[in-house]
Design a protein around this ligand. Structure first.
Ligand SMILES: [Fe+2]
Length: 381
């Protein structure tokens, strides 16, 4: 049951359930580690979660230092500041506590704790992964939102000289991902909705990706069903531990599945986020059904969409599934038009130009041509 504690070892060790955050401190104690750096952000400090975790470590007899200077788009400076404290304080493990930003920063501090700089040396698009060795301190990731799934991811996105840079290595996978639904109960409804749709889209885009990975496909399909069953409950009754737990798990499953890749939905969402500061989850929700309508002309994608009928209680028919997704997004209060976000027709070419450069753009199963993104966006104005 989703309100009980469980342990899994795929894709990494997962400690799931109410109380899992406290239990992590006991696991760390058994492993003989002495002093940890908690990487988090100011928002998490404000709600008292960082102190709560520090208190649990204290009870277990383990010293910790809190580093919370992490921006929403974490920078090289954030990483290097965290690394400096890690070294000065003679820490021997790192805990990331937060959404994607603190977790990505913590993962990268782990790299820089044992590797020489500059950080740009490890830029994945320039083959930097080959310099990252398996000699890094343990890193534990505690998710406080259900969306990015960074707690089970092997990469981070860090801004270096204003450029979003991917740092990747299989050795960056957190040693333990902690999914404790009780620490997500106070997430506001709007954020729950936006991050929840992001988790759904991770699974959907991974599912339609034409890469042979039946394990990922199975995970993605199950996680989409969990989102459809639980997201509205998590929004309308934030204290529902089972719904919160299902969304945390669906988020982690999404990041597990999207090792296959992400597509056009994310390419456009990244553009909307970068150019107009629109929340990543909301941006994904806004374009979701129109991207599906665009993709459905590809036969393999159409078949995949159709196979989702039972999740929505409709026939296995792609058009019916798209209609059902549209109704679901409306139910969640996420059917927002671009004009309501201040985006007018004259901006669409810029959005497309940015999306075309996004690494997710060429991965979309249906090959998008110049002008296609503008056509998609025109339908959402
Ligand atoms: Fe996403």
């Amino acid at each position: 049951m989703a309100d009980k504690r469980h342990s899994y070892s795929y894709p990494t060790r997962i400690e799931y359930g109410p109380g899992a955050m406290k239990d992590l401190t006991l696991i760390v104690k058994v492993s003989g580690l002495k002093k940890g750096l908690i990487v988090t952000d100011e928002g998490i400090v404000k709600v008292g979660l960082a102190d709560q975790l520090k208190g649990y470590f204290n009870e277990a007899g383990i010293e910790t230092v809190i580093f919370s200077d992490v921006k929403s788009n974490p920078t090289e400076e954030n990483v290097m500041d965290g690394t400096k404290i890690y070294k000065e304080e003679k820490c021997d493990f790192i805990v990331g506590l937060g959404g994607g930003s603190p977790l990505d920063t913590g993962k990268t501090v782990k790299v820089m704790a044992t590797h020489d700089g500059p950080l740009a040396k490890y830029d994945d698009t320039k083959g930097g992964d080959k310099y990252i060795e398996d000699n890094m301190p343990p890193f534990y990731a505690i998710a406080t939102t259900a969306g990015t799934g960074s707690e089970v991811g092997r990469s981070s996105v860090i801004t270096i000289n204003s450029i979003k840079t991917i740092i990747y290595s299989p050795y960056m996978m957190p040693d333990i991902a902690v999914l404790d639904p009780t620490i997500t109960l106070s997430l506001p409804a709007k954020l729950t909705a936006a991050t929840g749709v992001d988790a759904f889209v991770h699974n959907l885009e991974a599912y339609i990706m034409e890469v042979f990975h039946p394990m990922a496909d199975g995970i993605a399909k199950e996680a989409m069903e969990m989102c459809v069953k639980s997201l509205n409950t998590a929004i309308t009754n934030g204290n529902d531990v089972i719904a919160r737990g299902n969304m945390l798990m669906a988020s982690a499953m999404g990041a597990t599945a999207f090792q296959k890749g992400l597509g056009l939905n994310h390419a456009i969402a990244h553009a909307l986020g970068a150019l107009y500061d629109i929340h990543h989850g909301l941006a994904n929700a806004v374009v979701l059904t129109e991207v599906m309508r665009y993709n459905v002309s590809r036969e393999t994608t159409k078949e995949k969409y159709a196979s989702l009928g039972s999740i929505f209680g409709v026939e296995n028919d792609a058009e019916k599934v798209i209609e059902a997704v549209e109704q679901w997004v409306e139910l969640l209060g996420m059917n927002v038009k671009l004009s309501a976000l201040g985006i007018t027709e004259d901006k669409l070419a810029d959005i497309e130009a940015y999306a075309i450069e996004d690494p997710c753009y060429p991965l979309n199963p249906k090959v998008a041509e110049k002008g296609d993104v503008i056509k998609i966006l025109k339908n959402i104005l």
